[in-house]
Design a binder for this molecule. Structure first.
Ligand SMILES: NC(=O)c1ccc[n+]([C@@H]2O[C@H](COP(=O)([O-])OP(=O)(O)OC[C@H]3O[C@@H](n4cnc5c(N)ncnc54)[C@H](O)[C@@H]3O)[C@@H](O)[C@H]2O)c1
Length: 250
């Protein structure tokens, strides 16, 4: 058990997912004081909050659609009003984006991916800035992807959204540095999650072959997120930290 997140209040979106759940457990391992776990699916978020690992942590589970900016503002304002500040936010919410060449995609296909990944990150940063700019420092960790910096054919909506997440994080880092609000992105390579369940073995093998160190797991990403969340990274902002088993090397 570590203490790197002791006395902090952390909010994790997409908490019912593979990465969100792993982040919640890692934060508990690092002594986080309070965890707010939100997901589009509140039942799964509540189930996670009731597990053994959460004993000893003040855990609140709730529903939140990150595409709803007003709801996001209200949630963060409520945490700040009740607990003084939100010290860490990890935006791990994300949907499964369509996999097809651009000419086969509808406008709705494209915008659905942008809304979940890019607009959701925009709402994350905006809610924190609105609630505590000039009042309390914070660390925001946006989950991008190596797909936002390399070229994956048939993944245009996802790649464009994740490239946007990286650049949005950089702009926000500059805008809010003077307020002590740090904004960094983590760019994972492929780690197994529910989104891979329907894939064939050959597709999984092809994806695995893109990663010189092999397929990752959500636990391979959490160390980078804990680092960016805690005070060890207090002089790091506007960074895109690639954790991808060497995928971006090509
Ligand atoms: N799995 C990978 O290989 C991989 C690689 C790089 C980046 N990522 C990114 O990591 C993040 C987490 O991915 P994962 O693999 O854990 O996915 P996952 O599907 O296991 O979890 C995603 C969670 O987000 C929730 N969600 C979806 N839309 C939402 C919304 N609008 N508001 C709130 N919650 C919403 C889902 O209910 C789900 O619980 C995503 O941003 C994903 O793009 C994943």
């Amino acid at each position: 058990m570590g203490t790197r997140l002791g006395s902090k209040t952390a909010l994790v979106t997409g908490a019912a997912g593979a990465l969100g759940g792993a982040v919640a457990r890692s934060f508990a391992d690092e002594g986080v004081e309070r965890l707010v776990l939100v997901d589009l699916d509140p039942v799964r978020a509540e189930k996670l909050a009731g597990e053994d690992w959460a004993a000893g942590v003040d855990v609140i589970a709730d529903g939140l659609d990150v595409t709803d900016g007003d709801a996001y503002d209200a949630l963060v304002a409520r945490i700040v009003a009740e607990h003084g500040s939100v010290d860490v936010v990890v935006n791990a919410a994300g949907n499964v984006s369509p996999y097809a060449p651009i000419h086969e995609l509808s406008t709705e296909d494209f915008e659905k991916s942008l809304r979940a990944h890019l607009t959701g990150t925009f709402h994350t940063i905006r809610a924190v800035a609105r609630a505590q700019r000039g009042a309390a420092p914070a660390s925001i960790v946006a989950i991008a992807s190596v797909a936002g910096m390399t070229v994956w054919p048939n993944a245009a909506p996802y790649s464009a959204a994740k490239a946007g997440v990286i650049q949005l994080s950089r702009v926000a880092a500059r805008e809010y540095a003077e307020d002590g609000i740090r904004v960094n992105a983590v760019c994972p390579g492929t780690f197994l999650s529910s989104r891979h369940e329907a894939m064939s073995q050959s597709t999984l093998e092809a994806i695995g072959a893109r990663h010189p160190l092999g397929f990752g797991s959500s636990g391979d990403i959490t160390g980078a997120i804990v680092y960016l969340a805690c005070d060890e990274s207090r002089w790091v902002t506007g960074h895109a930290l690639v954790v991808d088993g060497g995928c971006a090397l090509g």
